[in-house]
Design a protein around this ligand. Structure first.
Ligand code: NAI
Ligand code: MG
Length: 331
């Protein structure tokens, strides 16, 4: 048995967390759970977005399933995600985008994964005012951070039987910074002769992604391009309710849906828990529980293919609970 930390967030967070935990339990996932309320509602109750005990739990378990939170506006908060990424050095942001027949989109054979560097680049947010009309922003690329994200992408390719890793960059213009990232990519690629490797300039990548997304496999990229193209790939498979992600570092791993707390549908029992559920499957795989993950993924595929218990975001009329029960029946 492995113990994991679970953050129940705001809006639809508690509803989808309950559904996911029920499915994990039905699938007999060998997990114990430490639950914490986090986010805006918790802040109103106790004066902290993330209570101290919640941090302590994550520091003990090293594995976190996090549901979305509402970012309080106008109170000077730093993004909670940026806080967690920096505090626990979650350097790799991994976002798989895969087509599903239940979600009609112009493309049907997309199966790609973005590896976004999560700690540096323009995202360090260091800006200088030179004078009232001139601002400089700092882009940071280091060998250490580049090596570990690029290696993570190749290791993932090997572990998951993938064919190709593509480096996405702008080294034609940013010759020193992106140039360093690209040259490290080429060095590391030589260590993995069994995996094809190539590189593409980021603007060309965007064009090709919307024309021939099925041609992409794994992409690895500095932080800012990764932020943008991974949202683009999300759009290609159509549907926020289906997008999982993981943020991992050397010692810690955090798994969450890509979507937010969806306050417009909170409490209505119509939220789609699949993105968080698939994030939980990635968590199981990370812990080596691949069979349980496979059982849950297969059950979800079956329920989606049946089209009988789809939530409204996928064009159906099922409640979160009906969908949950259908998945449990297949598990
Ligand atoms: P959102 O992702 O919460 O919602 C966008 C639209 O998608 C809404 O119409 C919503 O109903 C729908 N939607 C999202 N997830 C769904 C699901 N699982 N099932 C069915 N429909 C779903 O984005 P929005 O409205 O921009 O942000 C709401 C709040 O969430 C904000 O406070 C934002 O800061 C926060 N947020 C938190 C994130 C996190 O904790 N990781 C990520 C993104 C936003
Ligand atoms: Mg983003």
């Amino acid at each position: 048995m492995k113990t994991i930390t679970v953050f129940k967030g705001d809006g639809i967070g508690p509803e989808i967390t309950d559904a996911v935990i029920a499915i994990l339990q039905a699938a007999k996932a060998p997990l114990n759970y430490e639950f914490f309320n986090v986010g805006a509602a918790e802040y109103e109750r106790n004066g902290a977005l993330i209570p101290k005990e919640a941090f302590t739990s994550f520091e003990r378990t090293h594995v976190l399933l996090k549901s979305p939170i509402t970012t309080p506006i106008g109170k000077g908060f730093r993004s909670l995600n940026v806080t967690l990424r920096n505090k626990y050095d979650l350097y790799a942001n991994i976002r798989p985008a895969k087509s599903n027949d239940a979600v009609p989109t112009p493309f049907s054979h997309i199966d790609l994964v973005t590896f976004r560097e999560n700690t540096e680049d323009l995202y360090v947010g260091v800006e200088y005012k030179i004078n009232a009309d001139t601002i400089h922003a700092i882009k940071i690329i280091t060998r250490q951070a580049s090596e570990r994200i690029i290696r993570a992408a190749f290791e993932y390719a090997v572990a998951h039987g993938r064919k190709r890793v593509t480096c996405v960059h702008k080294a034609n213009i940013l010759k020193m910074s992106d140039g360093l990232f690209l040259s490290i990519f080429k060095e590391i690629a030589r260590e993995y002769p069994q995996i094809e490797s190539d590189d593409k300039i980021v603007d060309n990548t965007c064009m090709q992604l919307v024309m021939h997304p099925e041609n992409f496999d794994i992409m690895v990229t500095p932080n800012l391009y990764g932020d943008i193209i991974s949202d683009l790939t999300s759009g290609l498979i159509g549907g926020l309710g289906l997008l999982p992600s993981m943020n991992i570092g050397k010692d810690y791993a955090m798994f969450e849906a890509v979507h937010g707390s969806a306050p417009d549908i909170a409490g209505k029992h119509i939220a789609n828990p699949t993105a968080l559920l698939w994030s939980a499957c990635m968590l199981l795989e990370y812990l080596g529980e691949t069979q349980t993950a496979f059982a849950i993924r297969s059950a979800v595929d079956a329920v989606l293919a049946e089209k009988k218990y789809l939530t409204p975001d996928l064009g159906g009329t099922a409640t979160t609970e009906q969908y949950r029960n259908a998945v449990i029946a297949h598990v």
